[in-house]
Design a protein around this ligand. Structure first.
Ligand code: CFM
Ligand code: HCA
Length: 542
């Protein structure tokens, strides 16, 4: 009997479904499945959270401004809205940047907002936005300014795109553009990613044909946000194998990187959920193929580097890659051996965004730890079930999830590098060889639980029933989980740790997990509700 058989993961479904009101139970049970990698079950995802449920999710504005555009250092990102939205999407994610020359702009240490007040809601906020833009130009003289709409902006009808156009006329040298990424536009951050991707394409990508190139081959690294310095480690690795990174989207990035992304030879896609639209657009318009990549885990990193070698088919590059892998694996193996003596056989659960709950399972399995349950906050079915994404407009009346349609650029503005026919051929051969279209469920064991948009109630039940050795999620879960006596690791901002990407990052992760999963301190803790009498709340359903 395996550990998973013994734990009887089906107990969870029964208990949770029993506790919910009938309608809620019916809806939630479609998002809770027992996995079978040989015959992957359908999972309901990317649908509206049931009102009243405490969700881990964030909003569309968070996905657009905080996630995709936020990590760029030389665009002034102005939040048009009340101050809270700008403040809470500012640096809690720990996206880093390297602006180590005096001539480099770096606006990441600032949060820019129009700080809308009641009077702006009543009389309109466009004038205040113009004042903010003028002030930003006067103080910082930036190359670009992006405006992000928050919920009230959509409700009162301020037109951020019109303001952007007017301000561009006033300041012709500055690229000024807006995003209609009001928080309520989608069911989660996911719609914000799509809106951001369209904006990147419309306003930035393809505007500069002269990238800085050192080497013969060049790639884009898409869906890597430099949390805790991950992108720095990846950049160092590419320097060692002698391949240029034209654009990282958007960790440690600049406006120039976006503008020249169309000159790369190949796109590697780390977080597919947040940037697949740009990857598809670069392939369709410029004939730049993309492949899924994963720099989380030493084995996964080696596999990704080998894909790069295979793509360019250059023996010298392939040899260099093998040398780097062999060299790095020495330290990795020594670190695994040391940590694994303590971590082997321990268990983990992880609930994060739209790709990390999958990617981080690699690192845990390198430590000999089993992932019992995992889920995304806002992944789509392909992120779970591993099918090819075809960007489409999705209108689901029941879930009220209205996704943006992917905007392909006007072909007269760009010169595609490949014909339609060449592209079709390339896609067919390439996808089979390079894109495995694997989702999280392909890589999880039979009998494990997969849960989409986990509720707070479900989280507590999971912990009560299966007592994992480590629980991974975000800040909303952190302290409740720790008070329950379970070590908790944030996989969004890595708490204060990282980098965790590539070989160097893997070693950091092994050490950090060994430290928390094997610590006895949490077991000695008593939560406030265990120490003193508390009023018990009772759910009343009708
Ligand atoms: Fe992609 Fe991300 Fe993630 Fe994401 Fe996010 Fe993030 Fe995340 Mo937090 S882009 S989907 S919207 S990997 S911010 S860097 S950690 S939820 S799993
Ligand atoms: C976001 C950002 C977030 C939040 C993390 C958390 C991040 O989606 O708005 O809830 O702890 O990674 O910073 O996902």
């Amino acid at each position: 009997k395996t550990l998973i058989d013994e734990l009887e993961m089906s107990k969870f479904t029964e208990e949770v479904v029993k506790a919910y009101p009938k309608k809620v139970a019916k809806k939630r049970s479609k998002s809770i499945v027992i996995n079978d990698p040989d015959s992957i079950p359908q999972i309901q995802s990317n649908v509206r959270t049931i009102p009243g449920i405490i969700t881990q999710r964030g909003c569309t504005y968070a996905g657009c401004k905080g996630v995709v555009l936020g990590p760029t250092r030389d665009i002034v990102n102005i939040t048009h809205g009340p101050i809270g939205c700008g403040f809470y999407s500012w640096l809690t994610r720990r996206n880093q940047t390297r602006a180590d020359k005096p001539e480099m702009d770096n606006f990441i240490p600032y949060t820019f907002s129009t700080d809308m007040q009641d009077s702006n809601i009543v009389f309109g906020g466009e004038e205040k936005l113009k004042v903010a833009i003028r002030e930003a130009v006067e103080l910082f003289n930036p190359k670009g300014i992006a405006i992000f709409s928050t919920c009230p902006v959509g409700l009162i009808g301020d037109d951020v795109h019109r303001v952007a156009r007017q301000m561009k006329e006033e300041f012709p040298g500055v690229n000024i553009f807006g995003f209609s990424c009001e928080g309520y536009r989608g069911v989660s951050q996911s719609a914000g990613h799509h809106i951001a991707n369209n904006g990147l394409y419309k306003h930035l990508i393809g505007r500069n044909d002269n990238p800085t190139r050192k080497y013969k081959y060049a790639v884009n690294v898409l869906g890597e946000y430099n949390i805790g310095g991950d992108a720095f480690v990846i950049e160092d690795l590419f320097e060692r194998i002698g391949v240029d990174i034209i654009a990282t989207m958007s960790g440690n990035s600049t406006l120039e990187q976006f503008e020249t992304a169309h000159t790369a030879d190949f796109s590697l896609v780390m977080c597919h959920r947040s940037i697949n639209y740009v990857a598809e657009m670069l392939e369709t318009s410029f004939g730049i193929p993309w492949a899924k990549a994963n720099f989380i885990g030493a084995e996964a990193t080696a596999k990704t580097l080998r894909k790069v070698g295979q793509y360019f088919g250059d023996q010298e590059l392939i040899d260099r890659i093998e040398e780097v892998i062999a060299d790095e694996m020495k330290a990795v193996n020594a670190a695994i051996e040391k940590a694994r003596a303590k971590t082997e056989g321990k268990t983990a659960m992880m609930f994060v965004g739209g790709s990390r709950a999958h990617h981080y399972q690699e690192l845990f399995s390198e430590l000999g730890m089993e992932t019992l349950v995992a889920g995304y906050e806002f992944g789509h079915r392909d992120d779970y079930e591993g099918r090819r994404v075809i960007p489409t407009i999705q209108i689901d009346a029941d879930s009220r999830n209205i996704e943006e349609i992917t905007v392909y650029p006007d072909p007269t503005r760009y010169k595609p590098r490949k014909t339609e026919e060449e592209l079709a051929q390339l896609r067919e051969a390439f996808d089979i060889e390079f894109n495995e279209y694997k989702g999280m469920m392909n890589d999880m064991k039979k009998g494990t639980l997969v849960i989409d948009d986990l509720s707070h109630y479900e989280m507590e039940k999971l912990i009560e029933l299966y007592k994992p050795d480590v629980f991974c999620a975000g800040i909303k879960e952190k302290y409740v989980v720790q008070k329950m006596g379970i070590p908790m690791k944030q996989l969004h901002n890595y708490d204060n740790g990282g980098p965790y990407a590539a070989f160097e990052g893997a070693i950091n992760f092994y050490k950090d997990i060994e430290m928390i999963a094997c610590s006895t301190i949490f077991k000695q803790m008593k939560a406030p509700w265990e120490r003193e009498e508390v009023l018990e709340a009772e759910y009343v359903f009708n």
